[in-house]
Ligand binder design. Structure first.
Ligand SMILES: Cc1cc2nc3c(=O)[nH]c(=O)nc-3n(C[C@H](O)[C@H](O)[C@H](O)COP(=O)(O)OP(=O)(O)OC[C@H]3O[C@@H](n4cnc5c(N)ncnc54)[C@H](O)[C@@H]3O)c2cc1C
Length: 288
């Protein structure tokens, strides 16, 4: 009999736990340790962040499903790893700290035979001075709560535009080392479309700001895309889309500081510049 502990119930942890439970016989134990009571389908946050989807549509509670499937769920976060055990515990274990209920704050040694660490990225907002979602007019769509706040912020700006106030919208990466440019790219196009829907597109200047060297780089040196017999570089595709939608762009920008409505950045020439905005969604850097 083996005990497999999965840390994290995001896309990778949840998929791993579900497959293990399906493939292993009942004498093997599958345990999930994760601090969030819900599973969230993160890619759909680009719809939550424009008010087209309520966050409840991209969530489901983990506990009832895991109970039904025979997966042991601990709503806790892993705080330390002990792969060689300790003086009292000969098996490897993870120290888990409960985050809710009667056990909140208490720690438990969760022993394992096999461990899957699927805790995802840490959203490292602190790496950029002032980049804290919901402050300084900056927002994020990295979690469903962030995306809900982003929609509140965007909707306020939309309502102001309806009253005749022009607005600057800045979307992209909030740190020189930020990745996940694709999520910001999807979001900027959603925002642009949403402004058209609200008939305020002419009131907004929309700018893409990114640490990418070229448009369409997406942190993976670009792509070649085939449409029927035509092959196109992603740089050409993104340039075409941005020009068609009157979206301006700033490239090679390492955003290093946010003040209320201003993003400060250094470009690849070493110049320090700043860009004002009324609403910004900037992806933070990730760390482990
Ligand atoms: C807006 C947006 C759109 C995206 N769109 C796409 C897309 O179209 N295609 C694509 O491939 N990717 C997309 N991505 C990226 C994709 O969402 C991530 O790569 C993916 O969610 C990573 O999955 P994960 O399971 O590794 O981490 P996560 O989904 O972040 O899950 C991590 C889990 O670990 C838990 N956890 C954290 N700390 C601990 C701890 N100490 N102990 C235990 N558990 C812990 C968390 O609560 C969470 O349950 C998008 C990202 C964003 C933000």
């Amino acid at each position: 009999m083996s005990k497999i502990v999965v840390l994290g119930a995001g896309i990778s942890g949840h998929v791993a736990a579900s497959h293990l439970r399906r493939k292993l016989t009942k004498e093997h134990e599958v345990v999930v340790v994760s601090p969030n009571s819900n599973y969230q389908w993160i890619p759909s946050n680009i719809w939550v962040g424009i008010g087209r989807m309520p966050s409840k549509k991209i969530l489901f509670p983990l506990a009832p499903l895991y109970k039904k499937k025979g997966i042991d769920f601990k709503q806790a976060k892993a705080v330390t790893f002990h792969p060689e055990g300790d003086l009292e515990e000969s098996k490897p274990y993870v120290m888990a700290e409960y985050v809710t209920g009667d056990k909140q704050g208490t720690q438990e040694k969760v022993t394992y035979d096999y461990l899957i660490n699927a805790t995802g990225p840490k959203l490292n907002f602190e790496a950029t001075n002032g980049l804290n979602p919901g402050t300084n007019k900056t927002y994020s769509v990295c979690t469903y709560t962030h995306a809900e706040h982003a929609w509140d912020g965007l909707n306020n700006v939309i309502q102001e535009m309806k009253q005749g106030k022009k607005a600057k919208i800045l979307i992209g990466t909030g740190h020189a080392k930020a990745t996940c440019q694709g999520a910001a790219f999807e979001y900027i196009l959603n925002v642009e479309q949403e402004l058209r829907k609200h008939k305020v597109r002419d009131m907004a200047e929309i700018t893409w700001i990114s640490n990418e060297y070229k448009l369409g780089d997406f942190g993976m040196d670009g792509m070649l895309m085939s449409y029927g017999s035509i092959t196109m570089k992603s740089s050409e595709m993104v340039e075409m889309i941005f020009e068609d939608r009157d979206i301006k762009w700033i490239l090679g920008a390492g955003v290093n500081k946010i003040e209320d409505g201003v993003a400060h950045y250094e470009n690849l020439e070493g110049d320090n510049k700043s860009e004002p905005f009324d609403f910004a969604m900037l992806i933070p850097s990730f760390s482990g």
